[in-house]
Design a protein. Sequence first.
Length: 153
Amino acid sequence: MIWLVVLLFIIALIFIPALRKVAGGITIIGVVLIGIILLWSAHDNNKREKQDAFAKTLIRTEQVVTENMSMHGHDKLTGRIYNKSSQYTIDELEIHITLRDKNVIVGETDESIRVNIPPGQAREIEEYLYFSSTVPSGFTWDFYIKSIKAILP
């Protein structure tokens, strides 16, 4: 978007001679405005990262119980997730899944599962997974929960 504004400004400088007299001032104002936008954006990203990090501390892994987790084929994970927290709603789970063929790791992935599970409730999940390598038939698998993100109050 900014490149389009700059391109239009350069074209205007070429075709409008009167604009050349004030081009320096307009350029300074443009640079200042772009600087302000970039600083605001960086501050907003930093604030969001801090909020996400805090949201991941509100529910402990022992407050989440999984049941009937199973793989269907090599790319579909299903099961039930219970939120045992008495206070916070689960917004997102990050899980690590490992696939093995005869005790040799043949695939790993980290998946974020967006769910909305209020305190004391459970939800069924059905997630499609992506593994960068071909998954053989007859594999075994396991998973663990890496992080739990709560909805901030």
